[in-house]
Write a protein that binds this ligand. Structure first.
Ligand SMILES: [Cu+2]
Length: 782
């Protein structure tokens, strides 16, 4: 009773503080105007989106306790929004279209008003479509109440990634499964590339396990930026220590930070002070912020280098002036690294949408509790395989045994199967600019993934994972006792080739809300079953990251869930409302890796309720290709969303046959997972202008070990067809392909050939066909 009374009193005081506007609190106003305009970042003028005419927008400065009034004016011809990333605001001020409010219409102005309940480094960005990639982001710095102001001695540094391409074109390129970005940034994997560094065994082991080639970043960028520039200078005198408020405002890029003048001292993470910790290499995830102290040891300009996670390029922040001293270069990631041995179970493990051979049965919190890439030996025994509850997600077992230590073990040393020779010799130069390989046509010119200076992520200390185990909150972050605990298990799933990204195997469009109740402790157990990092962000809350620091677990708003690992977070549910929860890789979020956290009993005002369904709208993507050869021609067009793939394919051949033979196939596939789809369709074929037959077909596709695609169908004439298809990359640009098809009505058909990728849209193709003989020509993709 006494505790209850005390709690009430504390809440009352807090309430008064935040609502009564004490005399020292002031109102701080900003006007932000979002506009479409041309910018020139790479030497080429392209359409972008700016805030008050710049990218990034202005850094907003406040003091804790201030009242913010921010007028956001939309001068564009599309809707927009601004979300205050990491700020504790009322649900209506959070700025997520259809979740917190209806979007800001073209020509409209929306005024955000909220009291700053916190201090620290945060940022803001558009939460509409892909606008963040176009430039709609900026930094926020909030001085602590009563504390000494940092102003003048601190610098907001917003890191970001830049592409001259329209972000929608970027996403379409990803959705069609194009390997172009990998070629452009040099991360394409190939048989000859693997052989070059003696990792053919790993290459085929991966193929055998039906895994796609791993990559660390999805998109090839033109530039990486610090406050909108690839080189930034921060003044500092010799011996001076400066505080950098580093914000990763990228759409998809993690950065490794290295400093020429010694270690970095982390003093704050995601705006929350932590016990100062010195670190040589800091991996900052998308949407995270770190305040770091750097000292200029003597006269000169010392480089703080922000190298993109895939080591494709970097941005430089020069601290001080005079002679330039470069920061240590990052080795490239070893992408050929596979994990663990082969078992029959792993060969055929059917994961719902995972790119890895981990079955649902093996998904137990704890079995994967190692950060970074880990051997998968532990995943094979699907002992006590409870099938996952896909419907409700909620698991109300108050038993939390083992929770507090399982996810703490960060045993980087014990990773078997990772001891591949790693050459440390000859650091190969990394350019400051991205995309260096799009125009290099040498056989292996673009193959830096098999360069000499490579290191395994999270295992080699030169490429560390995020520093979470070292973060310790200054004050206890223990949650109130005696509350009921709700455990919510979330698998992070994806299909790299179709580029769909899911939570609990569902895209946002397919989900119900994640239901929680005010006053309970909510624990998210996030199990990443993909080979990519996912920086998961919960709006409206800080959560504790269970990291081995007990009561001093750090508070964060965004946490990287590393490939094939589990991360546990927990928070006291005390921010009544609806809040977005999603992967902060922009294209992952857009592709479906998001959910809505709903407080039981929270009601929407009618205007918002009316537009809420738009949150769940699916996007369709369309692409096509046509191949014109000397002996035959082919064309296809594909229309697809998360679960549907509608495609029309046609081919016609004229060599070695008396009359032109043609076939057209229209199919509608339902995607179940990366390994299995089923379809219905119509197959029409004939000679010249005559149709020989039209058959209805019903069938499925299945992915075999070695990534061999099979397709089997039955037709309404009582026959069937079965085919095998395989593509192997000899070099990143040169692919060998083969196909064999058996048809019960007629003879079988086979083809094989080589395709050389010239650019994003063109390939040279030479192929042999069992009916139409040899031919060569061009493929065009659109
Ligand atoms: Cu993601």
């Amino acid at each position: 009773m006494a505790r209850l009374l005390l709690t009430t009193v504390v809440f009352q005081i807090t309430f008064i503080l935040f609502t009564a506007l004490p005399s020292w609190a002031k109102t701080v106003e900003y006007n932000l105007t979002i506009a479409q305009e041309k910018v020139n970042i790479t030497g080429k003028s392209v359409q972008a989106m700016t805030i008050n005419g710049t990218i990034p927008g202005p850094a907003l400065r406040f003091r804790e306790g201030d009242r913010a009034r921010i007028h956001v004016k939309n001068t564009m011809n599309v809707e927009t929004s601004i979300h205050w990333h990491g700020l504790l605001v009322p649900p209506g001020m959070d700025g997520v279209p259809f979740v917190s409010f209806p979007p800001i219409a073209p020509g409209a102005t929306f005024t955000y008003a909220f009291t700053l309940r916190q201090s620290g480094t945060y940022w803001y960005h558009s939460h509409t479509s892909l606008q963040e990639q176009s430039g709609v982001y900026g930094g926020i710095a909030i001085e602590p109440r009563g504390g000494k102001p940092h102003r003048g001695k601190d610098h907001v540094v917003v890191l970001s990634d830049w592409t001259d391409d329209d972000p929608h074109a970027v996403l379409r390129t990803l959705r069609r499964g194009s390997e172009w970005f990998a070629i452009e940034k040099g991360s394409g994997q190939s048989i000859i590339g693997a052989a070059r560094i003696g990792m053919l065994g790993d290459y085929f082991s991966r193929e055998l396990q039906r895994m796609p080639p791993m990559d660390i970043a999805d998109v090839a960028y033109d530039h990486f930026l610090a406050n909108g520039k690839s080189e930034l200078t921060i003044p500092a005198a010799p011996g001076e220590t400066v505080r950098l408020r580093i914000i990763d405002g990228s759409a998809t890029t993690f950065f490794h930070l290295t400093y020429a003048g010694g270690p970095l001292t982390i003093v704050s993470a995601d705006g929350q002070d932590v016990r100062p910790v010195k670190i040589e290499r800091l991996l900052i995830g998308v949407a995270e912020t770190y305040d770091v102290l750097v000292t200029v040891p003597r006269s000169g300009a010392f480089e703080l280098r922000a190298t993109a996670h895939d080591a494709s390029a970097f941005a430089s922040i020069w601290i001080g002036s005079g002679k330039r001293r470069a920061a240590p270069a990052m080795p490239k990631p070893n992408l050929y690294q596979t994990m663990g041995g082969l078992t029959m179970k792993r060969l055929f493990a059917l994961t719902p949408a995972g790119t890895m051979g981990m079955s649902d049965g093996a998904v137990e919190a704890g079995t994967l509790d190692k950060p970074g890439m880990m051997p998968m030996h532990g995943m094979d025994h699907g002992k006590d395989s409870k099938s996952m509850d896909h419907s409700g997600h909620t698991m109300d077992h108050g038993s939390m045994k083992g929770m507090d230590h399982k996810s703490q073990t960060m045993d980087h040393g014990s990773m078997k199967g990772m001891e591949h020779p790693m050459t440390t010799a000859g650091q190969e130069a990394v350019d400051r600019n991205g995309r260096r390989f799009g125009t290099r046509f040498g056989l292996l010119a673009s193959d830096v993934s098999s360069s000499r200076d490579i290191a395994a992520d999270g295992v080699d200390p030169r490429r560390p994972g995020p520093p979470y185990d070292k973060l310790r909150a200054l004050r206890s972050t223990a949650l109130p006792r005696g509350k009921s605990v709700r455990e919510i298990r979330l698998t992070l799933d994806g299909d790299m080739e179709r580029y769909i990204w899911l939570l609990n195997n569902k895209a946002l469009s397919e989900t119900d809300s994640i239901l929680i109740k005010k006053g309970e402790i909510v624990r998210f157990i996030m199990i990443n079953r993909t080979m990519m990092h996912h920086p998961m962000h919960l709006h409206g809350h800080f959560f504790r990251v269970i990291n081995g620091q007990g009561n001093h677990a750090p508070l964060k708003h965004t946490v990287d869930v590393e490939p094939m690992s589990t991360t546990v977070i927990e928070f006291y549910a005390n921010e009544f409302g609806d809040w977005f929860f999603h992967c902060h890789l922009l294209y992952h979020m857009k592709a479906g890796m998001a959910g809505l956290v709903h407080y039981d009993g929270y009601n929407l005002y009618p205007e918002l309720a009316k537009v809420r369904p738009q949150l769940y709208k699916e996007s369709w993507y369309v692409w096509g290709e046509t191949t014109a050869l000397s002996n035959m021609a082919e064309a296809s067009i594909t229309l697809s969303d998360t679960r549907n793939i509608i495609s029309l394919m046609g081919e016609v051949g004229w060599e070695e046959v008396d009359r032109n033979e043609w076939e057209a196939l229209l199919t509608w596939d339902r995607y179940v997972n990366r390994f299995f789809t089923y379809f219905i369709g119509v197959d029409v074929f004939g000679e010249r202008s005559e149709t020989e037959d039209t058959r209805g077909v019903l069938g499925f596709t299945y992915l075999l070990p070695l990534n061999i695609e099979t397709r089997i169908w039955a037709d309404d004439d009582g026959g069937w067809r079965g085919g095998l298809h395989k593509v192997s990359d000899l070099t990143p640009r040169l692919a060998l392909f083969g196909e064999y098809e058996y048809d019960s009505h007629e003879k079988s058909e086979a083809r094989a050939g080589l395709a050389y990728t010239v650019s994003k849209s063109f390939s040279l193709v030479g192929q042999w066909h069992s009916e139409f003989d040899w031919g060569g020509g061009l493929q065009i993709r659109f």
